[in-house]
Design a protein around this ligand. Structure first.
Ligand code: ASP
Length: 420
């Protein structure tokens, strides 16, 4: 009886705390528990056997719901745009925004990593040993592009959703019943997603404890310079480029933008999946007054094809591995890397670790042995957490900018800011 009362007292108290704060506390608690567990025998095993599965169940639940959410969200976005002309305009603006930010991300990544390499901070290693990459089969440029149109991946889902959305718009009156049915399914899926998201603090805690106890302090070893370079790139790029975009294209202040994107950033940091973060990213857009037809279209599209953080990581990894292998990169090769990375962004799925597969393509394009990936493969998760944060922030940024350009300025926040 007393236990029940205590539980409901605590649950009521927790319900009053915002989701962002809950996730933030969960993150810290996860770090503490993970750090404690790797100090005593059996601690890491406990985290692996009891905490990690909680995080895995949560991610699997999201994976289960994410395909219908992406599919229905894009159709919903297209239908609520009302006409194909508007869809074309928004699509074009989004793709332009994705492209410009990706090129800037590549420039940041290449400049920083070349600086690190020049300063002698990247190690020169002998990689002639027997390193082998498990998934090195996907290495050709053509293979990656061809692969996009075969399996049931997110890009296929997006292409089908765009086709269905356009067809419904073209059918006019006769297409309306189909639109209504799909809209109703979308509301149902959204409800399920909100239910799942409520458990995200528990999942963040579980995943963070696992990451800390599995990687431990040992990862801050020989590859510390590479990690530092990548994280410096993520921070410098997002603070400078995103702030400029927000100041130029919207009426928000960069601080307001980052503050409102924070819940999605923390979620992306722990889940390392842009696709799993879609519902949280959309919620952040809603809070910034983004038109829902725009966020429904731009966020899932961005989570699949817009990878600014991954672009920075791939530049750092390429320069690092080139240095390790004693390969020096010319300016032409760097330009080729940028082109390969833009193609790789489209081919990189918004799930943990997928950049490693497309990195193989980038390395092959400039003659670096693919096996070299094994040098950084062990700590990929640490790179991945940071790059996913930048990936989803870039998606939110594009949605906010496009919405603002379309005249759906962030009224609520804008007026709030004016009053302040
Ligand atoms: N984990 C990244 C994402 O979901 C993709 C990657 O860079 O591996 O955006």
């Amino acid at each position: 009886m007393l236990f029940g009362e205590l539980m409901s007292f605590f649950l009521n108290k927790i319900k009053k705390i915002s989701l962002a704060t809950q996730i933030f506390f969960a993150l810290f608690l996860g770090i503490i528990v993970g750090a404690i567990c790797c100090t005593f025998a059996g601690g890491s095993a406990f985290v692996l056997n009891f905490l990690k599965p909680i995080g895995t169940i949560f991610i699997n639940l999201l994976k289960m719901i994410v395909v219908p959410v992406v599919f229905l969200s894009i159709i919903d976005g297209i239908i609520s745009m009302g006409d194909i002309k508007r869809l074309g305009k928004i699509g074009l603006k989004s793709i332009l925004c994705f492209l410009v930010t990706t090129v800037l991300a590549c420039i940041t990544g290449l400049a920083l990593s070349s600086g690190f390499s020049f300063a002698g901070l990247f190690p020169k290693l002998d990689i002639s040993s027997n390193v082998k990459l498990e998934s090195s089969s996907t290495s050709g440029f053509a293979d990656v592009i061809a692969g996009l149109f075969t399996g049931p991946d997110m890009l296929t889902v997006i292409i089908v959703a765009i086709i269905v959305g356009i067809a419904i718009l073209k059918c006019g009156e006769k297409g309306k019943p189909a639109a209504k049915i799909l809209d109703s399914f979308y509301v149902v899926c959204d409800e399920i997603t909100r239910g799942i998201i409520k458990f995200s603090p528990i999942a963040v805690f579980a995943m963070m404890s696992w990451i800390i106890s599995a990687q431990g302090v040992k990862i801050i070893g020989t590859l510390a310079a590479a990690l530092l370079c990548a994280y410096l790139g993520y921070i410098v790029f997002s603070v400078i480029v995103y702030s400029i975009f927000i100041s130029v294209f919207t009426k928000l202040s960069p601080v307001t933008f980052f503050k409102n994107s924070f819940p999605a950033m923390i979620f992306a940091f722990t889940s390392a999946s842009s696709v799993a973060t879609i519902p949280v990213s959309k919620e952040c857009c809603r809070k910034m007054g983004v038109d829902s037809s725009i966020s429904s279209f731009v966020i899932p599209l961005g989570a699949t094809v817009n990878m600014n953080g991954t672009a920075i990581y791939q530049c750092v990894a390429t320069v690092l591995l080139a240095t390790c292998c004693g390969v020096s990169l010319s300016i032409e090769q760097m330009l080729f890397i940028v082109t390969a990375i833009i193609a790789a962004s489209v081919g990189t799925a918004g799930v943990p670790g997928s950049a490693t597969i497309t990195l193989a393509m980038v390395l092959t394009s400039v003659g670096i042995p693919v096996d070299a990936i094994m040098i950084i493969y062990g700590i990929d998760r640490i790179f991945d957490m940071g790059r996913t944060v930048i990936n989803i922030t870039g998606d939110i940024l594009c949605a906010v900018c496009v919405s603002s350009m379309e005249g759906n300025s962030q009224k609520s926040l804008f007026w709030k800011r004016r009053k302040e």
